[in-house]
Design a protein around this ligand. Structure first.
Ligand SMILES: O=C(O)c1ccccc1N[C@@H]1O[C@H](COP(=O)(O)O)[C@@H](O)[C@H]1O
Length: 205
């Protein structure tokens, strides 16, 4: 089975449809106001309403309140949730949607133990840890820290680009890869050629 690809940080319809055309399996929308890729719930839901079938929209939150999360996911049954902050398992499961929990990896972490804290997650996303920045850092982490026998589908993220994604998929064999900054031409705007090269590279690995 080839590796799935999520293109994160979508802010406009043209980038969304181009990524779908290039073969993206999922699109990420960042509802974290401090991110340069922030998109409003209204704009995101307008884009989601125009997505082709079989593409999963993923709503990314960082320690968001219940009212924001419910206002986004309440507009479409298609939303999956990506929790990218310090959300507990009880909080994640309370929305009764498929979700993935992001874990930010650094040397010395017990990844298997951290994964075990989220038995209800559909997948676990592994991203690079950087103090004070919750994600979208453009930095990789030491992929050899990832145990090969984790009990959940793994979404590999953090500093992936068209140049390193094939190596990442070959080394880690993740269920999916996720990219934000590595396929941009400027913050929040995707580069279609990079998106296409990234997806081709991920599915080749
Ligand atoms: O993309 C963002 O701006 C962002 C902001 C806050 C939390 C997570 C964010 N994105 C996620 O971060 C990782 C890695 O991104 P990158 O490829 O290194 O730029 C990825 O999971 C994004 O979904």
């Amino acid at each position: 089975m080839s590796c799935r690809v999520k293109i994160c940080g979508i802010t406009n319809l043209a980038d969304a449809l181009s990524a779908c055309e290039a073969g993206a399996d999922a699109l990420g929308f960042v509802f974290y106001e401090k991110s340069p890729r922030y998109v409003s719930p209204d704009v995101a839901n307008d884009i989601v309403a125009q997505l082709p079938p079989f593409v999963v929209p993923v709503a990314l939150f960082v320690d968001a309140g219940k009212s924001l999360i419910e206002s986004v996911i309440g507009s479409s049954a298609r939303w999956m949730i990506q929790f990218h902050g310090h959300e507990t398992e009880a909080e994640c499961v309370s929305y009764q949607r498929h979700y993935m929990k992001a874990l930010r990896v650094k040397e010395g972490d017990d990844i298997a133990l951290n994964v075990s804290q989220y038995p209800s997650a559909s997948a676990i996303l592994l991203d690079a840890y950087k103090k004070g920045i919750p994600g979208g850092t453009g930095e990789t982490f030491n992929w050899s820290l990832i145990p090969s026998d984790l009990p959940k589908p793994i979404v590999l993220a953090g500093g992936l680009t068209p140049d390193n994604v094939t190596q990442a998929v070959t080394q880690v064999s993740p269920y999916a890869v996720d990219v934000s900054g590595g396929v941009e031409q400027s913050k929040g705007i995707k580069n279609n050629l990079k998106v296409t090269e990234f997806i081709t590279g991920a599915k080749r690995g």
